[in-house]
Design a protein around this ligand. Sequence first.
Ligand code: ZN
Length: 280
Amino acid sequence: MTQEPQDAETRRAAAPVICYPPETLPAPPLAAFEAALVTATRSDEIIIPPREARTFRVPAGSFFRIVSVEGPQVGDLNLWNADDLSERFYSGKTRALHGTHVTTGERLWSSFPHLRPMATIVRDDLGWYGIDADGGSVHDVIGTRCDPYTANVLSGAQYHHCCHSNLTRALADELGCTLRAAEPHVHDVLNVFMCTGFTRDTGQYFMKASPVRPGDALTFFAEIELLGALSACPGGDCGAEHSSDEAACFPLRVEVLIPAAQPEGWQPPARSGYDGTHGR
Ligand SMILES: [Zn+2]
């Protein structure tokens, strides 16, 4: 333990400064999105079997919805620009901009050098949950995804139905490529319906049983042309463990919804305006 300075308490008492105040971000036209959603009709429906993943495509200007069916289940979501897989969901920057968990009105941002909204959350049936007494909340961007490498480090296991592997198989099937070619495109996820936080005393990542009930959904507006992949996590409701076949697991459903007309005043977001010269 290092020796603390005499003014340690004063230093600890410095006021926190919000790094990215939400009011400084471009505001999504939520009322226009809601009005368009009311007119939307289902164009596609994909069932994700337990401990598996499936891909789906969403046209820019339309909606997709992840629905809990049959029982409490967590989903691990990856998103790519359907026309350019190098532009993909950036969990870390989304966390910096919106906080550890996301809900209605918040956005999933894309990787550098693009950095633009890929999708905006327009409805969250778990919005009522808030932040619980343990500091936990739902739909996190703090976890990564369960994966066979960590499982192997911890227990020596060879487990193949972690979300990372599920997403890799689903993307390989979608692209018609090898698992080796697909795997580098898999990235840190949005943990849909998952309830997580960091312990207040030790700062450790924790999970607890998801409060999701069958019929609950998380609904997004697609800001750009999207390729998505969703894994039904082997942790089920993630109330006990993951990376094994122990937990009760249920399917998830993805619905793609096309509005009668694009939301009024909405335009596809431009890529970041930074010129990319990095000072040279
Ligand atoms: Zn998982």
